[in-house]
Design a protein around this ligand. Structure first.
Ligand code: DGY
Length: 323
């Protein structure tokens, strides 16, 4: 029997390709550069499945041009690159990679929070530039982390991981805002109290964003929300670019309307708003919150499991739009 043909849209672990090759005829992108939309569409012809990484847009136009496509497996928990409605309308299965990156991403959220509050990047640049001459009482004095108020917007699995670290590890007072409240049991486990978005912004010392990107969450944090935050507060975004209005944030940082920000994701990434690159009080990382070797392997394995599960055995592991 002929094996189904699949496309792997970006470079992945050689072991993943090897495993996929045992089940499929695999065409893969080895260059680690994204294909243009035209090239991606052309290469998808005759393919039953595609392994995506979160950067490739799957929309109605692409689906109409690729009638053989049956499954798109994202190696990411976020799937704002998928038009799931258009995929369902065409009977194309969408899968993502939840759970396997939860704790790693929560770790990174905390790392970014600490680096931001304790001014680690800024002070390292200062030292490397040879500017350190003496100890001084207020040199790079930042905000407190332990015992402070941690405000989490978006209390899914990763948000809960951030809450647990804050409450249990750093004795923080955790407040959260979410579309729906957690069960009393989960609230107790995370030691987290539900508040309105306005109260959270007004009272948190550190605001961490962990909401999925949808039209409804576009610019969840803009000029008006930044104006509600304390001048001593920090803002951390480990969710998606587009949730924060980066231009408004750059103004708030420059004018010290908030103390600092830590950003792993950006509107229009890999481009970064030029004003963010010129303000000192922001820690910038290139979308690496889930980037540990074991976690990236687990994400790749899960995307491969979904392709094999669906195309070979008719049973995907983590479907987003099951029939
Ligand atoms: C995800 O899984 O959504 C992360 O942002 C990595 O892309």
């Amino acid at each position: 029997m002929t094996q189904p043909a699949i496309l792997v849209a970006r470079a992945v672990f050689p072991e993943t390709l090897e495993r996929l090759s045992q089940h499929f005829q695999v065409e893969s992108n080895q260059s680690d550069e994204s294909w243009s939309k035209e090239e991606f569409t052309a290469r998808l012809q005759g393919k039953a499945g595609v392994f995506t990484t979160g950067s490739e847009r799957i929309d109605a136009e692409l689906l109409a041009a690729c009638p053989d496509l049956r499954i798109c497996a994202n190696m990411a928990v976020g799937y704002n690159n998928f038009d799931v409605e258009a995929m369902s309308a065409r009977g194309v299965l969408a899968t993502n990679a939840p759970d396997v990156l939860t704790e790693t991403t929560a770790d990174f959220g905390f790392a970014l929070l600490m680096a931001t509050a304790r001014r680690i990047s800024e002070s390292e640049h200062f030292l490397r530039a040879g500017k350190w001459r003496k100890w001084s009482y207020d040199m790079f004095a930042g905000g407190e982390v332990h015992g402070s108020t941690l405000g989490i917007i978006g209390m899914g699995r990763i948000g809960q991981g951030v809450a647990r670290r804050g409450a249990h590890g750093f004795g923080m007072n955790v407040i959260y805002h979410n579309r729906s409240r957690l069960t009393p049991e989960l609230e107790a486990e995370c030691k987290a109290r539900y508040v309105s978005k306005e109260e959270l912004l007004k009272t948190a010392d550190h605001v961490v964003l962990v909401v999925p990107y949808t039209p409804a969450s576009h610019h969840t944090i803009g000029a008006a929300e930044l104006a509600l935050m304390k001048p001593s507060a920090t803002l951390i975004n480990i969710a998606r670019g587009g949730i924060v209005d980066d231009a408004a944030l750059a103004v708030a940082l420059r004018e010290k309307r908030i103390a600092a920000a830590g950003l792993d994701v950006f509107e229009g990434e890999p481009q970064v708003h030029p004003d963010l690159l010129t303000v000192p009080n922001v820690v910038l990382t290139p979308h690496i919150a889930s980037a540990t070797v074991p976690t990236r392997r687990a994400m790749a394995d899960l995307a491969a499991d979904n392709l094999i599960g669906y195309l070979v055995h008719g049973k995907p592991k983590t479907p987003l739009n099951p029939e």
